[in-house]
Design a protein around this ligand. Structure first.
Ligand code: SF4
Length: 375
């Protein structure tokens, strides 16, 4: 049974693990939260040591065929767009490698014409020669379309459901293939069938009541751990950030609630990786790294060409599927529009140094294709 079928089963949330998880989301005082934090830190150290895996997102394209009301790349937003060539992707990746990164997440809007299977496979094959750990966060695809990308060297696939609230999902996704809630929900299983060895899921908090989102996200984690057991599972809890389109969160998700969800995830799923992005401030990230987080991005840019200026000469707007040139004024260097504004603007070196001050060991790479030869 696929998760989209399990999701319709009223018994989905009745397992012992999920009842325990739900109980941990109930309001609790300082003492209760501190006790959870102590246990979560102990479990994190037991399962992951003092390591913190660092990665960088590399945006390939901000073209998109979907209308998602909360996203800067939404199809009808009059933003500056570009799709990097494979050479430009390599230039961005070499910049990240020079900063120390050996783990890169390739991100793109959903546009099969520009971000095709061939394009992704070519880009991955090129980068795999010097970046040992490559993951994708692109529009959901069929298993057969993922397979060449896995063969080219991609090992991780990240896909956020955005919201597990079916009604809110329909309200927020008004055009494009992303309207299909179940197709997206089953994407991690298609990726697993294609051979990805890391699966990342998440919800974009702020679109529906956080307790419900967290509970269904936990149910999805629980399902993947049981059905896609050969892959490792990571979970992300991104919160909405300012972006083109000026969408405002419809539901609160406070710092305290974020902490409580991270703790509950760690206590109920000790072996699951928890990912933290630069959407959160430096001060909050410094607190969260002690509680259960195991992977973080650093020094991120959320626009294609953001690290090196690559692609600047091809910037355009896209109107009704057609590229409309944008003329730069004299001396102006156009850059593509970012997906959202980041909050932690520290450089990778600064983040790394801070982690060491906090007693953690930054890890730039924790897997290499060579390892599969001996397993
Ligand atoms: S969230 Fe993804 S699919 Fe939706 S508009 Fe943004 S890039 Fe496109």
């Amino acid at each position: 049974m696929s998760f989209s079928k399990a999701f319709r089963d009223p018994a989905l949330l009745e397992s012992r693990t999920l009842r325990r998880f739900a109980s941990m989301l109930r309001p609790t005082g300082e003492a209760g939260l501190e006790a959870m934090a102590r246990d979560a830190e102990r479990l994190t150290r037991q399962n992951f040591g003092r390591t913190m895996r660092l990665f960088a997102p590399l945006y390939l394209s901000n073209e998109c065929v979907n209308v998602c009301k909360y996203c800067g790349f939404s199809r009808d937003n009059p933003i500056l767009r570009v799709t990097l060539t494979v050479d430009q992707v390599e230039a961005e990746a070499r910049h990240l490698a020079a900063q120390g990164f050996r783990s890169v997440l390739l991100v793109a809007g959903e546009h099969p014409k520009f971000v095709s299977t061939d394009y992704l496979a070519q880009g991955v094959a090129r980068l795999a020669t010097f970046i040992p750990s490559l993951a994708l966060e692109v529009g959901p695809m069929e298993t057969a379309d993922y397979e060449p990308v896995v063969r080219a060297g991609a090992e991780g696939l990240v896909v956020y459901q955005e919201t597990y609230d079916r009604a809110a999902y329909a309200e927020l996704h008004t055009a494009g293939p992303k309207k299909d809630f179940d197709w997206r929900l089953d994407c991690p299983e298609r990726a697993y069938a294609a051979g990805f060895r890391r699966l990342g899921i998440g919800a974009l908090f702020g679109l529906a009541p956080w307790e419900e989102e967290a509970l269904h996200l936990a149910a999805h984690v629980d399902y993947l751990l049981r059905h896609c057991w050969k892959s490792s599972v990571t979970v992300s809890l991104p919160r909405l950030r300012p972006a083109a389109g000026q969408f405002a969160p419809t539901h609160d998700f406070s710092d305290r609630a974020l902490v409580q969800v991270i703790l509950a995830l760690r206590l109920c799923f000790p072996q699951v990786g928890i990912v933290l992005s630069t959407r959160e401030t430096a001060a909050l990230r410094d607190r969260l790294v002690r509680l259960g987080v195991t992977q973080m991005s650093a020094g991120s840019h959320t626009e294609p060409g953001g690290y090196t200026g690559a692609g600047g000469e091809s910037i355009h707007q896209t109107t009704r599927g057609k590229a409309v040139p944008v003329i730069a004024s004299e001396g102006e260097h156009l850059t593509a529009t970012e997906q959202f504004a980041i909050a932690d603007e520290r450089s990778p070196a600064e983040v790394s140094a801070r982690l060491r001050e906090l007693g953690l060991e930054p890890v730039w790479k924790d897997w290499d294709a060579a390892l599969t030869a001996v397993s």
